[in-house]
Design a protein around this ligand. Structure first.
Ligand code: ATP
Length: 227
């Protein structure tokens, strides 16, 4: 089957004064692909996913997400994108169920059944009536993913979602993510978690794509280019 292009970047530059956080980036992600954006601190990973999700505008170049420029169609595209960063941004005083219901009502997406379905999928159903302040970081991140999936987006963007989690939290989160059938972009510096979730990698350093490769080759190339 051919590629249905979900994300296309051509010669994308993001400059902060004289610093080019992204320097002529080209990227193509097809529907259903799971792509890891790998790179050391400061490589430009967060800048890249913020531009793709419409939270930031590129200085120059072309960005298309599902055929549209996210800087101009951010409202419309928000319905097709779920975004999870390392900050779960949840209400600590509300329960897991109340948090999801709150967002479902706010954006008119999903009903009680959808909320419960996602709580089950992310293995939080048994704790649905506990306040989020009693949750581990791993549970909070799983709840943030449930929230990002409420509106059943086509594309899920995960910006270092496992940062600060212990090994068990990471593995649990990755296990849950691997059962999600979406186009996925994952930014991380952790090769082993990228291997668990993604089928190919884009390696960034100093704002440039230095390699695009399969996950089998990623470690060798990453060590060669980034260390
Ligand atoms: P990390 O892994 O540390 O999160 P990253 O790969 O996500 O890093 P970015 O956060 O995208 O990297 O940053 C890329 C470059 O752009 C860095 O040199 C950073 O200092 C710079 N940068 C990011 N945001 C700004 C800003 N608002 N103003 C100036 N420079 C910025």
């Amino acid at each position: 089957m051919g590629c249905v292009e979900h994300i296309v970047l051509e010669n994308v530059v993001k400059a902060y004064g004289r610093l080019k956080a992204l320097d002529k980036i080209n990227l193509r992600v097809c529907r259903g692909e799971r792509v890891a954006i790998l790179g050391p601190n400061g490589a430009g990973k967060t800048t890249l996913v913020k531009i793709i999700s419409g939270q930031m505008r590129a200085t120059s170049g072309t960005v298309r997400v599902m055929g549209k420029n996210p800087a101009e169609f951010s409202r419309e595209l928000r319905r097709n994108i779920g975004f999870v960063s390392h900050n779960p941004m949840l209400y600590d005083e509300l329960t897991a169920y109340e948090n999801l219901k709150f967002y479902a009502n706010l954006y008119s997406v999903g009903d009680k059944n959808r909320v419960n379905e996602l709580l089950k999928k992310l293995k939080l159903y048994d704790r649905r009536h506990s306040r989020v302040k009693t949750f581990s970081r791993g549970m909070k991140q799983r709840l943030a993913i449930a929230r990002a999936l409420l509106h059943d987006p086509e594309i899920l963007i995960l910006d270092e979602p496992t940062s600060g989690l212990d090994i068990e939290g990471r593995l649990e989160l990755l296990k849950n993510l691997s059962s999600i059938d979406k186009t996925i972009l994952l930014t991380t510096h952790n090769l082993s978690e990228a291997e668990r979730l993604c089928s190919r990698a884009v390696i960034l350093t100093n704002g440039k794509v230095v390699a695009e490769c399969s996950m089998d080759e990623a470690e060798r190339i990453y060590l060669e280019k980034c260390i």
